[in-house]
Design a protein around this ligand. Structure first.
Ligand code: MF3
Ligand code: CO
Length: 284
């Protein structure tokens, strides 16, 4: 006979028995549940929180410096200096060969734009600045849009609606709901406004690693997908296109993602901690 040494406990030890019981019930009903490693311990949450604080301070710092006429390489230098000055590491730098410390994605660049000395921010541009920080081994990730000078009303509206998509997604990311509920809420708002949701890139678990389980789609059907449980930390980062959702990767650098039709794209990103009663935005 085999001897049972460990309890069949799904959650970390500190979880309330009521939460554990609820999870076991969903398990029997064959819901898709996150793996245990996606449920953070209090120690991990503390570390992730500290990392996120530096990441948010960095975005606030960049917001003060971004202006017409500067190169995106300058944003990269500011990011590197601020991050290392706070005893942290820019997560993008050398991540799967990414050459810089930040992603800067201008106009029809959907994401993963590489900062460059020759790319100058001009009046009318919209730019996503996506920063990610490693602090004491813990990861954080968030991005904002910036509008340079006089931006056309259509582009301003895209930026605004994309921000609303993130807020609506956050509101839908409740414990015991499902990831499909989040995607569906975002998709509905984007399409109601005449825009499309990029399909080929998604949000993700983050904290112990840069990109971990689960994948957080920004489109989908309510009542589908992984159950959202207290203790998860993941991003929501909708990329919303003015035209079609088709994108392609620039072969010249293997990173830059562009819209197929050349129309603008916007993105906002926050990192959440799911709690027993709702969620907490870690990147405010
Ligand atoms: N920060 C991006 C995200 O939101 C990932 C960038 S990967 C990099 O997930 F290598 F380009 F930095
Ligand atoms: Co992200």
């Amino acid at each position: 006979m085999k001897k049972l040494i460990k309890q069949f406990r799904f959650t970390p030890d500190n979880y309330p028995a009521a939460v554990e019981a609820k999870i076991q019930k969903l398990r029997k009903l064959k819901y898709k549940l996150p793996p245990r490693k996606a449920l953070r311990t209090p120690e991990q949450i503390e570390g992730i929180r500290e990392s996120a604080k530096i990441n948010t301070a960095l975005l606030d710092f960049l917001a003060e410096h971004i202006r017409e006429g500067m190169s995106t390489a300058e944003i990269d230098r500011l990011t590197y200096d601020f991050t290392t000055g706070h005893g942290a590491i820019p997560a993008p730098l050398n991540y799967e060969g990414f050459p810089k410390s930040v992603c800067t994605s201008v106009n029809d660049v959907v994401c993963h734009g590489i900062p460059s000395e020759t790319e100058i921010l001009r009046s009318g541009d919209i730019v996503n600045v996506d920063v990610s920080t490693i602090y004491k081994g813990y990861f954080s990730d968030a991005s904002r849009m910036f509008m340079i000078g006089d931006v056309a009303p259509e582009k301003q509206r895209l930026v605004q609606v994309t921000k609303e998509c993130l807020e609506i997604g956050i509101a839908a990311a409740q414990p015991w709901k499902q990831l499909g509920d989040v995607g569906a809420a975002i998709q509905q708002h984007a399409e109601k406004n005449g825009y499309s949701v990029v399909r080929d890139l998604c949000g993700h678990g983050v904290g112990v690693q840069f990109h971990e389980t689960p994948d957080v789609m920004h489109f989908g059907r309510p009542g589908t997908g992984m159950v959202i449980l207290p203790g998860m930390t993941f991003t929501i980062e909708p990329m919303i296109n003015m035209g079609s959702y088709e994108v392609f990767v620039d072969e010249a650098d293997d990173w830059t993602v562009l819209t197929d039709d050349g129309l603008p794209s916007a993105q906002w990103e926050h990192m959440l901690l799911i709690t027993e009663t709702g969620n907490e935005i870690l990147t405010y």
